[in-house]
Write a protein that binds this ligand. Structure first.
Ligand SMILES: Nc1ncnc2c1ncn2[C@@H]1O[C@H](COP(=O)(O)OP(=O)(O)O)[C@@H](O)[C@H]1O
Ligand SMILES: [Mg+2]
Length: 350
């Protein structure tokens, strides 16, 4: 993929922090590729290096080594050339509690030389138009966060970077922010959103990068990652008297069947209708067929289950950009150790 097609690209990005207990690895040779347009989830557990990476992209932290580019422009070296195209919420901006959203945004717009007409546009964009004249202090957390997003939109950036924007929000607030991000992605903006809750971003992101311990463990289109996982499982409920025959019928057809408390579980079989047809053909009637698809959480756990300390290999990394590479699904070997180096304290800093 050509550099110009990527909103963000990093190679071997590394950052260690000096602490009283020695060195802590923040980011350990990270290769990121964020395509232009749409929502990209930057996912990983707490302490996996998401904030450190974002801070490096924004020139707030200097990498030890490696390279990063935003819209093909090397950062931090030439950050001033692209900074106008980037809006970010890393720490919540301060708003005046006694002023309305509109007044707060007008002040910010004046500060950065954005036209005042822009204020009403961004209020509309984040869906705050109904409440724009109310005081900030009367806002819900979700509304406050949407106002923060509105502030980043004032200069009409092409790339928006939100570091855990839903932290501390209730489900309604999370939903609001998700919708706002989705709308921005649909407008052609690139949204990089970090989260330690994979499920929260799964339904809003077009593409994701999943990191753990400062390393990339998987990246690509969400649909590809989920499709590449163990596949859907179908739970089949039949009458107790039919369990044996049903198992035989499905096993004969080549399915891997196990029984789970009176239910049959068929792994890697997405086609429930086919199972239904096979069973019905032998006079066994299913009372229930439930298709369970893997989510990002299970993909992530599958990738990191061999995550034992001591290994430093890059073998744990998988790339799905551009059609998934040569062999499709990797065996266990392809998801090997993504372990810590001996310097790493794995986010358990005191
Ligand atoms: N200023 C700092 N000083 C020392 N260690 C830090 C500092 N910031 C982050 N770290 C460490 O770097 C690692 C990655 O942290 P961070 O980038 O905040 O991860 P995330 O955002 O994914 O939770 C963690 O082990 C964290 O403790
Ligand atoms: Mg963080």
């Amino acid at each position: 993929m050509a550099v110009s097609e990527l909103a963000i690209e990093t190679h071997g990005l590394r950052k260690t922090y000096r602490t009283v207990r020695g060195r802590t690895v923040g980011v350990e040779g990270l290769d990121l590729a964020v395509p232009q347009g749409g929502v990209h989830g930057f996912l990983g557990p707490n302490g996996s290096g998401k904030t450190t990476t974002i801070r490096m992209l924004l020139g707030l932290v200097r990498p030890d080594s490696g390279t990063a580019a935003v819209f093909g422009v090397p950062v931090p070296q030439r950050l001033p050339e692209v900074v106008a195209r980037v809006g970010a919420i890393v720490e919540s901006p301060k708003f005046f509690p006694a002023f309305s959203a509109r007044r707060n945004l007008q002040l910010l717009a004046d500060g950065i030389g954005a036209p005042r007409a822009r204020v009403d546009e961004v209020i509309e964009q984040v869906g705050l138009h109904g409440r724009a004249r109310d005081r900030y202090r009367t806002y819900s957390l979700g509304m406050k966060q949407r106002l923060a997003i509105a502030a980043t939109l004032l200069k009409d950036p092409d790339l928006l970077i939100f570091d855990e924007p839903t932290n501390g929000l209730d489900p309604a607030g999370i939903h609001e922010i998700r919708q706002t991000m989705r709308a921005l992605g649909d407008q052609g903006k690139t949204v990089l959103v970090s989260s330690h809750i994979l499920a929260e971003v799964e339904h809003v992101a077009d593409t994701v990068s999943i990191v753990t311990r400062g390393r990339l463990v998987a990246s690509g289109r969400v649909a590809d990652l989920l499709g590449d996982a163990t596949g859907a499982t179908v739970q089949v409920q039949v009458a107790q008297a039919d369990v044996e025959q049903a198992t035989r019928v499905l096993a004969t057809a080549g399915y891997v069947v196990r029984s789970d408390g009176g239910r049959l579980v068929v792994d890697g079989a997405a086609d429930a209708a086919e199972l239904n047809r096979l069973l019905g053909g032998q006079g066994v009637w299913a009372s229930e067929l439930v298709v369970r698809r893997p989510d990002l959480e299970s993909v992530f756990l599958g990738l990191t289950q061999h995550d034992v300390p001591g290994g430093t290999s890059h073998r744990g990394e998988r790339r799905l950009w551009g059609g998934g590479g040569a062999g499709g699904r990797h065996g266990d070997d392809g998801v090997g150790p993504v372990g810590a180096t001996d310097e790493s304290t794995d986010g358990v800093r005191a």
